[in-house]
Structure formats: structure tokens, C-alpha cells
Design a protein around this ligand. Structure first.
Ligand SMILES: Nc1nc2c(ncn2[C@@H]2O[C@H](COP(=O)(O)OP(=O)(O)O)[C@@H](O)[C@H]2O)c(=O)[nH]1
Ligand SMILES: [Mg+2]
Length: 293
């Protein structure tokens, strides 16, 4: 397939998923003065700090406002720090965390497909052992994507499931291990401690694992996402964010303050409930999609 055709198609999909957010962002283009622009940015969930930066840039930069905003938003969405080892030893171990219902299991399913499509051998760990049906739900996604699963029983030790999965992956020369975990409130210390334990146990099978810890964040929670992300980052040291449910919300601007405050990159966005409703994140494409007509 022509790779450009694919980029074009995924841009259209991203822009489609951002329909509601875009209605809010396009108001920035018609704000009559700085006060109106500020108001519109705050209404777009951009947060106080990023709003100040953007108002200031528009005030002082010459040229087309849309271009100025796109450039500056691209910059704000591009953290410059290197958060992960660029060449991890296989298998790549990715731990997926987040609050209940944020879209973790669905996202793991989508990632299975994405990695498998690239010719990678994937195994998923059903390390959500809180909910009765969790392993079965993940099993359905794994089957749809055609990847292996290490299943579990409710009440089993989640860290042990992750351990077994990584061990199996190392024996079978699997490329990617995705660890689906239980939803946990960032304010509950006992639940956060359990996630820290899963993380620690991963390293006992493969030094340095998990190579990545990705927080799945529901965009519809808006500014509350910042507190969630900060708490998870503090406890687990996030290496990436996956922002889901952008299709149903006008709050897609919230990525800007989250990336700016945390310095953690967005890796993927979710724009629907289907297996293919996931896009690798590109700051420039995202900024452009916010203003697309
Ligand atoms: N509209 C929309 N719904 C999503 C998206 N990702 C997940 N969901 C829905 O969110 C709900 C919770 O998803 P689930 O993966 O079970 O969340 P988990 O508790 O974090 O594992 C399900 O109904 C999913 O279909 C998305 O990108 N867009
Ligand atoms: Mg789940």
C-alpha cells in the first residue's frame, strides 16, 4: 500500500473523530481580541498555563492565526525528553494502566491488531483479576486480532499473571507483551501499590521490564485527566499516554496541558469502539486536525 495514502486516510479518520473538539477550536479563529481568545481557549480545555502561552504567541507573532496556533500547539504536544530506552531487548513489555472504564481492554485489543499487522508476534496478559469477566472480555479481543493470551481467574495474583506471560514470551520468542491491568482509582493507595508491584515483578523476568507503561485516559473527563495522569505518573513513571473516546467529546484540547505538565508523550488516540479505531499520535497532525474545516 502507498504509505502516503495510509497517512491521508488516517488523517481523515482523526479529523472525523475530533468533530466535536474541532467545533470548539475553530472558535479560536474568530475571537475578536485577546480576551475572547483566552475565553475560547479555556472553554476548549486547554488549561490556564497553555492558554497564557497561546494568547501571548498570537499577540506577538505575525502571520495567519491558524498557522501560529497550529505551530505552537504542535510544540506544546511534543515533549522533548526521552522517556524510554530506544532499543529495548525483546520482548517489548508494555503495561497498560488507568482508571475503570477508561478503555484499557479495548485499547489492548486495538494494539494487538496494530502490532500484528506490522508482523509482530504478540501475547496479551489478562492481569485484570478483579472483575469476573475481565479475562473473557480480553480473550474476545485477542481472538479477533488473532493473538495469544495468557488468561487468568478472578482473584488470582495479577503480578503472577504478568510474570508468567513475560516468561512464556521469552521462551517462544514473542515480540510484544501487552499487560492489561485492572482499573484503579489514582486516589486509592492500595490499588496503586498493586500496580507498582506488577511493575516490579515484570523486572524479575526481564530486567528493565516493563519497557513501557502507558496510561489509558478517557478524554471525556476533561481537566480531571490532568490529576489522574499526574498521580499515575508519580507512582509508576509513565512513558506514554493513550487518549480514548475522543470521538464522543469536545474536550480533545485537554491533551495540551497534560503533555505540557507531565512531559509524557501521547502514543495513540482512540476514536471509536472498533478494532481499527486507533491512530498513532502525531502532534502536527493533531494540531492540524483541530482546525480542519
Ligand atoms: N466511543 C469510544 N468508546 C470507547 C473507546 N475506547 C473504549 N471505549 C468504550 O469504553 C467502554 C469501556 O472500555 P473497556 O476497554 O472495557 O475499559 P477498561 O475498564 O479500561 O478496560 C467500552 O464500552 C468501550 O467500548 C473509544 O476510543 N471511543
Ligand atoms: Mg478492562
Amino acid at each position: 500500500m502507498n504509505p502516503f495514502a495510509r497517512i491521508g486516510a488516517s488523517f481523515a479518520k482523526l479529523a472525523g473523530g475530533l468533530t466535536k473538539t474541532r467545533q470548539v477550536f475553530r472558535r479560536l479563529l474568530v475571537a475578536a481580541n485577546s480576551a475572547e481568545l483566552e475565553e475560547a481557549l479555556l472553554a476548549a480545555d486547554v488549561g490556564v498555563k497553555a492558554t497564557d502561552i497561546l494568547v501571548d504567541r498570537v499577540k506577538h507573532a505575525s502571520g495567519d492565526r491558524r498557522e501560529v496556533l497550529e505551530t505552537e500547539i504542535t510544540r506544546l504536544l511534543s515533549p522533548n525528553q526521552q522517556v524510554t530506552n530506544p532499543e529495548p531487548q525483546p520482548p517489548l513489555v508494555v503495561m497498560i494502566v488507568g482508571v475503570n472504564g477508561s478503555g484499557k481492554t479495548t485499547t489492548v485489543g486495538k494494539l494487538c491488531r496494530l502490532f500484528a499487522d506490522q508482523g509482530q508476534r504478540v501475547v496479551v496478559a489478562a492481569a485484570d483479576t478483579y472483575r469476573d469477566a475481565a479475562a473473557a472480555q480480553l480473550g474476545i479481543w485477542a481472538e479477533r486480532a488473532g493473538v495469544d493470551i495468557v488468561s487468568s481467574m478472578q482473584g488470582q495474583d495479577a503480578a503472577a499473571v504478568a510474570f508468567d506471560t513475560i516468561q512464556k514470551a521469552m521462551q517462544k520468542k514473542i515480540d510484544v507483551v501487552l499487560v492489561d491491568t485492572a482499573g484503579r482509582l489514582h486516589t486509592r493507595k492500595d490499588l496503586m501499590d498493586e500496580a507498582v508491584k506488577i511493575k516490579r515483578v515484570c523486572a524479575k523476568v526481564k530486567p528493565g521490564a516493563p519497557d513501557e507503561v502507558w496510561l489509558v485516559l478517557d478524554a471525556t473527563v476533561g481537566q480531571n485527566g490532568l490529576r489522574q495522569a499526574a498521580a499515575f505518573n508519580e507512582q509508576l513513571g509513565l512513558s506514554g499516554l493513550i487518549v480514548t473516546k475522543l470521538d464522543g467529546t469536545a474536550k480533545g484540547g485537554v491533551l495540551i496541558p497534560i503533555v505540557m505538565e507531565l512531559g509524557v508523550p501521547v502514543r495513540f488516540t482512540g476514536t471509536g469502539e472498533g478494532l481499527d479505531d486507533i491512530e498513532p499520535f502525531d502532534p502536527q497532525a493533531y494540531a492540524k486536525a483541530l482546525f480542519e474545516e
